[in-house]
Design a protein around this ligand. Structure first.
Ligand code: ADP
Ligand code: ZN
Length: 292
């Protein structure tokens, strides 16, 4: 059986066709401009592909409350053309097949849970550190939506006194995204994160902020694994530094067997940056199964 997957991002829309094993047969990328321009291109890609359902892992904030009148809408995004756009309704109407829908980061987490490094787990977190910071959460075997959906990038953490940079979040004086996402690194050090690989001070500070946030997530959500993805996490030297900060700041308060091996607890994404699109396949499978 074939399924469609749409990883809807603020800069590009990745469209793919796959099957229930997570195998991706083909994939294209369409620039995200305006709904009027971008959506017809997406639909014409998926039409006549013989897909049974489609999953959308979407940038947000989005409305995931099925009882809400605006379920399936992108809500208050700074990308104004997409504000209040009913992406689920549009795709459902155009293709006439079941549509699964969740956040981009819940999609990536679902990909890792279904096909990747978190298989068999019921509680896990996927954090992406790129242009922004966002996190997907699974608790007790279900993707967490709650009132809306978690916004792990905007947890408030203290700016370090020796940090000469600024929190670049327009909402918060001192939040994780504002202190540690790619644009913040670039602003603080005057060069793009990619060009700073050899500067130890950059990654020591970065790991301090990320490690602190992970302690907070561990305390509040009790995940069995934390997966870190996104452009910034391609700097693999961050992993041991983050684990060290995590251990120091945890200070032995939680000492489960799982936390004894932090190499297996705080891990890189495992699906070659296909975790989002593979998660969207699973959203499609689940949308189809729900109707059976
Ligand atoms: P997006 O978040 O827009 O989906 P990415 O996850 O690639 O895309 O994140 C882009 C951000 O990550 C940019 O700020 C960029 O500077 C940073 N980045 C991308 N690749 C790397 C890398 N190899 N090392 C460090 N930072 C990177
Ligand atoms: Zn913020």
């Amino acid at each position: 059986m074939l399924y469609g997957a749409l990883e809807a991002g603020g800069t590009k829309m990745v469209c793919a066709i796959g099957d229930e094993t997570g195998k991706i047969y083909e994939q294209v990328s369409i620039p995200t401009t305006t709904p009027d321009e971008t959506m017809p291109e997406i639909i014409s890609y998926f039409r006549d592909k013989g897909i049974e359902a489609i999953g959308i892992a979407c940038f947000g904030p989005i409305d995931l409350d099925r009882k809400s009148e605006t379920y399936g809408f992108i809500t208050s995004t700074p990308k104004t053309a997409w504000k209040k756009f009913n992406i689920v309704g549009y795709v459902e109407k155009a293709l006439g097949i079941p549509v699964g829908f969740d956040t981009d980061v819940n999609g990536s987490l679902l990909g890792e849970i279904t096909y990747g490094c978190a298989q068999g787990l019921t509680d896990a977190i996927y954090l992406t550190i790129g242009t922004g910071i966002g996190g997907g959460v699974m608790t007790n075997g279900k993707l967490l939506h709650g009132m809306m959906h978690p916004e792990l990038g905007h947890v408030i953490i203290a700016k370090r006194s020796d940090d000469k940079g600024q929190c670049v979040c327009p909402y918060h004086d001192s939040c994780l995204e504002g202190l540690a996402a790619g644009p913040s690194i670039e602003k603080r050090w005057g060069r793009s994160a990619k060009e700073l690989t050899d500067d130890a001070a950059v990654w020591e500070l970065e790991a301090d902020y990320i490690g602190t946030a992970l302690v907070n997530y561990c305390m509040t959500l009790s995940p069995q694994k934390i997966i870190l993805g996104g452009g910034v996490m391609h700097q693999m030297q961050l992993f041991p530094l983050i684990r060290r900060v995590f251990k120091e700041k945890m200070a032995g308060y939680i000492n489960t067997k799982t936390l004894e091996n932090l190499d297996e607890y705080i891990v890189p994404a495992s699906l070659n940056d296909d975790q989002g699109i593979m998660g969207a396949i699973k959203l499609a499978i689940d949308a189809k199964t729900e109707l059976l």
